[in-house]
Design a protein around this ligand. Structure first.
Ligand code: FAD
Length: 353
């Protein structure tokens, strides 16, 4: 199969759907190609107890407010999946699920998008593949020697999988804090939380609403040529969502600095101290999933593709949406991606004129 279209959106998570909303409003011909068989992007793979940083009304894509989840201020991951599935249907977005894009090539007049299901020849491509499919594991001495279970954030489901076990959680970001708290609050798991530097909790009264305001203020300052306000990172790393706050306040989050190496039975620190463990959960982050763009040869430092906003500097027909702040302030969040999607689609419309 070879089809022609104005725009191919690669990825049908929140970023791909926000792009679809604006493409549809602009009357462009497009398709959204998504590797997952079902709607919801990465939210459908997250752990059972995960809740958003922000209330529902601050977690919405363009056009449709996320409804509140009864009994919860901060909606759970399953609620987000339902919202995204409904969003896809409500706006009649042409999402082709269960289809992976393997490569995007430059043809003379079009970009050629090669997928499992065939080929699209498009005037522009929006890549919105997120980071979930590229978990990052640091090179730690002795990692292959550890005889217990090792898993990444992406494989973690619930404390029930670790009943009666000793678990080391590695990583000082939100995933590390939330998974350490989830395990610690269970009471049947012995948890050690290991972070490279002491965990930096945001003030308890700051949630995703304030984070978005801070990101917006930073963008306005930079746009106006004023000095960098430092953005969200200047406030701290960890949002004290209710379970994290509860575990921390109850003294259940035992924090240790990063260990020097792993042995067959557990972790060992530079001072000679050791901790036996049955499992290590690596909450050590992600990298952008950009392998399908390799044929375009656009890769810059740190595995990113250099962009001006969302537009790839080396290929003006390609936009990158989501991923992180490098493609636009707060563009990896539900509330922030709508604005960057709108700007990307606006630029594509001008390009196609
Ligand atoms: P994804 O949701 O990962 O979607 C990408 C889609 O692309 C997937 O459906 C995938 O199947 C598809 N895909 C990938 N590769 C290909 C390919 N080659 N071909 C075709 N399809 C492909 N964000 C918030 O807004 N609020 C929060 O409170 C919040 N809390 C978070 C808490 C944690 C612990 C974590 C880890 C993240 C949190 N986030 C939050 C961030 C948010 O989950 C992600 O940034 C968001 O899911 C990214 O959306 P996306 O659409 O860019 O990518």
């Amino acid at each position: 199969m070879t089809e022609h279209t104005d725009v191919v959106v690669v990825g049908g998570g929140q970023a791909g759907l926000a792009a679809g909303y604006h493409l549809s409003r602009q009357g462009l011909d497009f398709v959204i190609v998504d590797a997952d068989a079902a709607p919801g992007g990465s939210w459908q793979h997250m752990w059972d107890s995960l809740h958003l940083f922000s209330p529902a009304d601050h977690s919405s894509l363009p056009g449709r407010l996320m409804p509140a989840q009864p009994g919860e201020t901060y909606p759970g991951a399953a609620h987000v999946v339902d919202y995204l599935a409904d969003y896809e249907k409500r706006y009649n977005l042409p999402v082709q699920h269960g289809t992976r894009v393997n490569a995007v090539h430059r043809d003379a007049d079009r970009l050629r998008v090669e997928a499992d299901a065939g080929i699209w020849r498009a005037k522009a491509v929006i890549s919105a593949t997120g980071t979930w499919s590229r978990p990052f594991l640091p090179a730690v001495p002795g990692r292959p020697d550890f005889a217990g279970r090792q898993l990444h954030t992406v494989n973690y489901r619930s404390p029930a999988d670790f009943a009666g076990q000793r678990v080391v959680v590695v990583g000082g970001g939100n995933s590390g804090a939330q998974i350490a708290a989830d395990l610690a609050l269970d009471g049947d798991v012995e948890v050690k939380w290991v972070t490279r530097r002491p965990p930096r909790f945001l003030p308890d009264d700051i949630d995703g609403r304030a984070l978005f305001d801070v990101a917006t203020a930073r963008r306005r300052a930079l746009d106006a040529g004023r000095s960098d306000t430092g953005g969200v990172a200047s406030l701290g790393d960890i949002v004290a969502v209710p379970p994290v706050r509860a575990a921390r306040n109850a003294g259940l989050l035992t924090v240790k600095p990063m260990f020097a190496h792993l042995t067959a039975t557990g972790a060992r620190w530079a001072d000679g101290s050791r901790s036996d463990a049955d499992a290590i959960v690596w909450c050590t982050g992600f990298r952008p999933a950009l392998a399908h763009l390799a044929p375009l040869n656009l890769r810059g430092p740190r595995g990113h593709i250099p962009t001006d906003g969302t537009r790839a500097l080396g290929e003006p027909r390609l936009h990158l949406l989501g991923y992180g702040d490098w493609t636009g302030p707060a563009s990896a969040t539900l509330i922030g991606v709508g604005r960057t999607a709108r700007d990307a689609v606006q630029q594509i419309r001008e390009l196609l004129r």
